[in-house]
Design a protein around this ligand. Structure first.
Ligand SMILES: NC(=O)c1ccc[n+]([C@@H]2O[C@H](COP(=O)([O-])OP(=O)(O)OC[C@H]3O[C@@H](n4cnc5c(N)ncnc54)[C@H](OP(=O)(O)O)[C@@H]3O)[C@@H](O)[C@H]2O)c1
Length: 318
């Protein structure tokens, strides 16, 4: 089967389509014929080698954290999935490799795909959707009528956080690039501001801040109301280790105020996302659909910025 891999750290061009053995589902695992998978913006830092020393995975490395497809086979002990069923899911925590013709994953990394979306559309949502949902519900406990600031609002996670924020009844302020302000309002933001010209001190007060940027966290933390909560989802890409230590310390010192987590959704969280998509609370936002050998173009696009939602890789099965 085909799988996108890389053999050394470097620019997007290190990514290549390789021929590899098809995985076999072990006990409790499901083999999924992948129809589409999203491109993870966070992985550009792994590929470039900015996370080296922090991760142990050996080369060749796979890419892609989520997928939508059909069950091709089930391993011993799998009870809840049928061959042929449409599913979506996430790779096991801290592993990648969804941009491939097949993946074998534990049953609990899957849920039924939403009935109202094609598998191609659905592929944009599992990681972004579960991250945004966990951030706003479990971590921030966003309540109707609260003021939510989404920093990094037009990217993969932000564009879903804006939609969930609206669905949960919040007043949503989006910080985004100038050319995407009208677009993010159409997606549901009540207020949209250009992040390049809006200083943190120009902003009002917020009950919840969701940050997917990772820089200047102190200045945005200062915009929180007395009972405000900030969910910090990203680290400063230029000072990764320092930023991890700084944000970790902030969260440890003020655990009610600063929330930090690494998305590791349960099957129930994925099923909740399925219900939200079917209800129309959230819809996939797809910047562009590319074939597997377009992966370098997607990484270049993510590094250049201005992306609306997600790049999706189509395995060409339709
Ligand atoms: N903790 C977790 O479990 C978790 C889960 C998923 C993702 N993440 C992390 O979250 C980050 C974002 O992921 P993503 O998929 O949403 O990435 P993305 O699609 O690249 O989105 C990032 C967004 O941030 C915006 N941005 C960049 N600099 C900004 C600034 N100074 N102020 C305001 N906005 C700014 C970008 O806008 P422009 O492109 O217009 O500049 C873009 O819309 C990554 O670091 C990823 O690793 C963490």
């Amino acid at each position: 089967m085909r799988a996108v891999q890389y053999d050394r750290f470097g620019p997007p061009e290190v990514l290549r389509v390789a021929e590899v053995a098809e995985p076999r589902p072990g006990p409790g695992e499901v083999l999924v014929e992948v129809h589409a998978a999203s491109v993870d913006a966070g992985e550009t830092a792994f590929r470039a080698g900015r996370m080296r020393g922090l991760t142990r995975a050996a080369f060749p490395r796979g890419v892609g954290g989520d997928f939508a497809g059909r069950v091709a086979a089930v391993g011993p002990g799998v009870r809840g999935r049928q061959v042929g069923e449409g599913v979506w899911g996430v790779m096991p925590h801290f592993t990648f490799g969804a941009i491939a013709d097949y993946v074998a994953v534990p049953e609990e990394r899957l849920a039924a795909a939403p009935g109202n979306l094609s598998l191609l559309e659905a592929a944009a949502l599992p990681v972004s959707g579960t991250t945004a949902l966990t951030a706003l519900t479990d971590k921030a406990r966003l309540a109707p009528g609260e003021r939510l600031l989404v920093r990094g609002a037009t990217g993969g996670v932000g564009s879903v956080a804006v939609q969930f924020g609206k669905a949960l009844g919040a007043h949503v302020t989006a910080l985004a690039g100038a050319r995407n302000l009208d677009w993010i309002r159409e997606l549901g933001a009540d207020t949209a501001l250009d992040y390049r010209t809006t200083r943190p001190q120009d902003l009002g007060r917020f009950d919840v801040v969701v940050d997917v940027v990772g820089t200047d966290l102190g200045a945005y933390q200062a915009r929180l109301d007395r009972r405000g909560r900030m969910v910090a989802l990203a680290f400063d890409p230029d000072r990764m280790v320092l930023s991890m230590l700084g944000t970790g310390l902030r969260a440890a010192l003020r655990p009610r105020r600063i929330k930090l987590f690494s998305n590791n959704p349960s099957a129930e969280r994925l099923a909740e996302l399925t219900r939200s998509a079917e209800k129309g609370d959230v819809r996939p936002v797809i910047h562009a659909v590319l074939p597997m050998d377009g992966i370098a173009e997607a990484h270049r696009g993510l590094e250049a910025g201005g992306v609306r939602g997600k790049y999706v890789v189509d395995m060409g099965r339709a």
